[in-house]
Write a protein that binds this ligand. Structure first.
Ligand code: GH3
Ligand code: MG
Ligand code: MG
Ligand code: MG
Ligand code: MG
Length: 307
């Protein structure tokens, strides 16, 4: 979801920087330096910094090392350990040049170091470099892993993610569910309204599906032409059925006209399957079952769920 949101972000939107320092004067100096070009957030301790990172997902954190309570190192370690905040760039801002500290910072995953007292030219150059790098790497990620039509994950990302989540659920003996989704009578939609409208429809359907997923760990990909697949880790069949119902309802609630459908608007069908993964089972079998259920939902009249 994170990448999809990045892609959707308008080019003109300002980059976000979180400034963390226990000394208000240091915050003020950095604030003056970056206020014009970036959207700034401020924190005076580690706990506050982590909370802001989780909430606003800044691109970059300028992180003081020595602070009462959590140190900058603690904060960095915490951010890197949480998948939701791991990709946020951390630049340490430190009062003394200390090689040991600097090595430790890089080992914890920092991208750069800035020394106090702040030199405006060096500091802005380093921050700018990080933004350039981040933009390029985000772009690479989006090209490699996102579906260019809808902005949701592509098949390649799906094929990376499912085995990972399969292992995770196998290790912890938790249910793993998938929901296979397919737009109803979509050939007729294209024939009637044209391919451009068809593409627009797929974008809206993709958005309705991804908006229906509420947990960060849930995942949706465009699986093929007008097919989408959701992975719902740590979710038993009953939960997956509810999710599938929400998705099917959300698509119908778009009220996209489709005069050649029996429902007179765009609808989707869903096949749900669920398993507690074991060594002697494969994730491929989970998809196969979902696919068979989808076929049943189609046979039974479409705009419904089978499991
Ligand atoms: P069913 O209800 O059984 O799923 O019928 P259907 O017409 O949706 O299924 P079918 O598989 O026969 O047709 C799928 C159609 O989806 C055919 C193809 O033109 C259209 N399609 C696939 N990918 C795209 C796309 O990227 N853009 C557009 N506009 N149409 C697409
Ligand atoms: Mg300090
Ligand atoms: Mg299809
Ligand atoms: Mg089909
Ligand atoms: Mg279809």
């Amino acid at each position: 979801m994170y990448l999809a949101e990045l892609m959707a972000r308008p080019q003109s939107e300002k980059g976000k920087i979180l400034i963390v320092d226990d000394q208000p004067l240091n915050i003020k100096i950095l604030h003056q330096l970056f206020n014009e070009e970036y959207e700034l957030f401020m924190a005076t301790n580690g706990e506050q910094a982590i909370a802001i990172c989780q909430k606003v997902q800044p691109d970059l954190v300028l992180l003081d090392i020595e602070m009462p309570g959590m140190s900058g190192f603690d904060v960095c370690q915490h951010l890197k350990a949480d998948p939701e905040t791991a990709s946020i760039g951390v630049i340490f801002v430190t009062a003394h040049f200390d090689e040991v500290q600097e090595v430790k910072g890089f080992q914890l995953g920092a991208v750069d170091f800035i020394h106090k007292p702040i030199n405006p030219i060096i500091t802005t150059a380093r921050v700018k470099n990080q933004f350039t790098l981040k933009r390029q790497s985000d772009l690479l990620h989006s090209i490699a892993l996102l579906d260019s039509l809808t902005g949701v994950a592509n098949r390649r990302q799906f094929e990376q993610r499912l085995p990972e989540l399969w292992k995770h659920c196998c290790r912890n003996q938790l249910a793993l569910s998938v929901v296979m989704l397919d737009v109803d009578f979509f050939k007729r939609f294209n024939d009637r309204y044209g391919h451009q409208e068809g593409d627009q429809c797929l974008r809206q359907v993709a958005k309705a599906i991804s908006d229906s997923l509420r947990r960060g760990i849930d995942f949706v990909a465009r699986y093929g032409g007008e097919e989408f697949i959701c992975i719902l880790p740590e979710t038993p069949l009953s939960g997956a059925m509810n999710m599938a119902k929400n998705i099917v309802n959300a698509v119908q609630a778009l009220h996209l006209e489709h005069v050649d459908s029996s429902f007179k608007e765009v609808t989707i069908s869903a096949g749900v399957s669920s398993v507690i993964p074991r060594q002697d089972l494969t994730w491929q079998s989970l998809i196969e079952t979902a696919d068979q259920q989808l076929y049943l939902a189609k046979e039974r009249g479409r705009n419904q769920i089978a499991s």
